[in-house]
Write a protein that binds this ligand. Structure first.
Ligand code: SER
Length: 635
């Protein structure tokens, strides 16, 4: 079965069970300063999991492009990638554990409507409980019955921590309980890491058994969460029913949700009965292309890690570019740069400098494969943009590579001191540095390097955790004000510059608003002043802000503006600024948006544009601040 068929069957299966398909959200979420990238389908659904009404109802299904940049160092084995596709279904306070586990098991095992996997190869895990939340005995009972119906007696084994699990092992079990490090899900991770107000809950995972022999270098005994490669997690049902409280305890959410996510690549690997996801039809042609360019064979084990890294990174880069990211030294742009440079270094290592420029050909294969997966996801029209961005970045990188090599030659006598700098500044992986050092009969103090690397990783981890928390804490007034200001700014820009101007992105923190739009030249000072004046005028008028759920067609007819991402929903959430009690035509701004917003524009007090930036042809960026006369500006 091809990946396309898996995807179609999954969507159809849940549509038949009254789910509405919702669109794939962009990899960089609009108006969400809390995370760098969309890393699961639930992220775009947060307000609805917390109780807000979703325009498409209580049962949703989708396929979501995801990027987990924190996994970048993991890529190279047979199953980790930074970019992947998550199949997701949700119950927003509707069905719960019994329906979810039944349906997913049916989807996995039924050969007519699902994937027809052998149930004897499936193993499941549940939450073992902690001081606040009891063991998930309900899921244990449901799974026991589901396996029994297939004639499989399902023994339960309590494993607890990962450490214990390596001691205890399988014990002939089918259902296993692990602690919160394995069977608890929230965006922030384990319960102690969750900020106040964050939703989360116990989860139940399904693993596929490839039956490969256990590798004891990972631990004494094998178990579903063992990293030796015998088991692969193929789906995770999160029972999102709790919310973190200020005293560290948990309160039940007003509604019990299901948040399911399953990796398409991994399901395809399970169907192949081969743990290497790079051999599924989602990657095979990409690998073939890399083999052609590098004149190396994927069968040769030593070339597998670099080829997988190139395949994943170019795929991830392609989708980031489609979603508007350009290489830079900051945030999302930095991750894109790292992905491209790492792919280039790997290509350099296996095939030499000449072949680096051919990475654009790998991107072309990524695009072609997309067409075969789902025409709704078509990204072919971006072909030129993707090639240009990759080409430019690779050219820049070739120069750095040369500089890095010179740096290397110059510092050959003190390699230990410069090794980490070569890694960090020039993107040289340690293997490349080691290889070059051997060529010169030198060695690198690996321990020293690993220590520096560890420190660096911890720093960047803290930085992204900070971003996550900072953002959430920021769902305070100031960020919400900034959000409303972007709607006013959007409309004001159209008033001054013309109706062809529209938003292409935005990012809001408590400190400032960043707003991107299409326009082909620099705005004059006069135009900037006009825009600013209009927004301030609308703030002074203290206009009411509210939303309505409106049939999407009708919203278009009303002239609602926005990013038009949702092409599946029948109804859309539309925000109005202005008094629409007599007619919607009295609104100053009508926009497709998920919210949240302030209730009256007056609370914004003031609006000021602080700078404009040129992002390239036909792309401009404006930075602005609101309410800057508020004394506690950084609240
Ligand atoms: N949010 C869960 C996950 O990422 C399920 O969608 O695994």
């Amino acid at each position: 079965m091809k990946a396309r068929e898996i995807l179609n069957r999954y969507i159809t299966f849940f549509e038949k069970r009254d789910h509405k398909r919702i669109a794939n959200a962009p990899l960089v979420l609009i108006n969400d300063p809390t995370t760098l990238f969309t890393s699961s389908g639930m992220q775009a659904l947060l307000p609805y999991l917390l109780g807000e009404e979703h325009p498409s109802g209580k049962r949703l299904v989708n396929v979501q492009n995801c990027l987990r940049s924190q996994d970048i160092d993991e890529v190279g084995d047979n199953r980790h990638t930074t970019f992947f596709r998550m199949l997701g279904n949700w119950s927003l306070g509707d069905y719960f554990k019994s329906e979810q586990l039944n349906w997913f098991f049916t989807f996995l095992t039924d050969k007519d409507v699902g994937l027809g996997l052998d149930p004897r190869k499936l193993y499941v895990t549940v939450f073992s409980g902690n001081e606040y939340i009891p063991k998930d005995t309900e899921s244990i009972a449901i799974w026991t019955q589901l396996f029994q119906e297939k004639g499989i007696s399902a023994k339960f084994v309590e494993l607890g921590s990962q450490e214990n699990a390596y001691q205890i092992g399988m014990r002939g079990g089918r259902i296993f309980a692990y602690d919160e490090t394995k069977n608890w899900w929230s965006r922030a991770g384990t319960p102690d890491k969750m900020p106040v107000g964050e939703p989360g809950g116990p989860d139940s995972e399904v693993f596929y058994d490839f039956g490969t022999p256990h590798d004891v270098s990972f631990g004494k005994e094998c178990h579903p969460n063992c990293d030796c490669g015998r088991f692969l997690e193929i789906g995770n049902s999160v029972f999102m029913q709790y919310q973190k409280q200020a005293d560290g305890s948990f309160k039940e959410l007003p509604q019990k949700n299901v948040d399911f996510g399953g990796g398409l690549e991994r399901l395809a690997a399970a169907l192949n009965d081969n743990p290497d996801i790079f051999l599924t039809d989602l990657y095979k042609e990409i690998i073939t292309k890399i083999a052609d360019i590098s004149y190396k064979s994927y069968e040769d084990k030593k070339y597998q890690p670099p080829m997988r890294i190139i395949a994943d990174h170019i795929k991830a880069a392609t989708f980031l570019i489609v979603d508007g990211v350009i290489p830079s030294n900051k945030a999302q742009g930095y991750v894109l740069r790292r992905l491209l440079r790492r792919a280039a270094v790997k290509m350099y290592q296996i095939a030499g400098e000449e072949q680096i420029t051919k990475l654009t050909e790998v991107a072309s294969v990524v695009l072609r494969l997309e067409e075969t997966l789902d025409e709704k996801l078509s990204i072919k029209k971006h072909h030129e943009l993707i090639s240009t961005v990759i080409k430019e970045e690779i050219e820049k990188f070739s120069k750095t590579l040369k500089k890095g090599l010179q740096e290397f030659e110059k510092n050959i006598h003190r390699l230990d001191e410069v090794a980490f700098d070569l890694y960090q500044t020039h993107g040289f992986p340690i293997e490349l540095i080691e290889e070059l050092a051997k060529e010169h009969h030198k060695t690198i103090d690996r321990k020293k390097f690993d220590e520096a690397l560890q420190k660096h990783r911890e720093l960047s981890r803290t930085a992204s955790a900070g971003m996550f928390r900072g953002g959430l804490a920021d769902h305070s007034e100031k960020t919400i004000m900034g959000h409303t200001a972007t709607h006013l700014l959007h409309q004001a820009l159209r008033d001054v510059l013309g109706k062809h101007v529209h938003q292409t992105g935005s990012n809001i923190t408590s400190e400032r608003i960043r707003f991107d739009f299409n326009f082909d030249r620099k705005l004059t000072d006069e135009e900037l002043r006009q825009v600013e004046n209009i927004v301030n005028q609308k703030i002074k008028e203290n206009l009411p802000v509210h939303y309505e759920l409106i049939p999407t067609e009708e919203a278009y007819k009303m002239g609602a503006i926005g990013l038009f991402m949702d092409t599946y929903g029948e109804k859309s959430k539309i925000y109005f600024i202005g008094d629409t009690s007599k007619s919607y035509k009295n609104a100053y701004s009508i926009e497709f948006c998920g919210g949240p917003h302030v209730e009256f524009t007056g609370v914004l007090k003031s609006f000021k544009i602080i700078k404009q930036e040129n992002l390239g042809k036909n792309q401009k960026r404006i930075y602005a601040i609101v309410n800057n006369d508020q004394r506690n500006n950084n609240s």
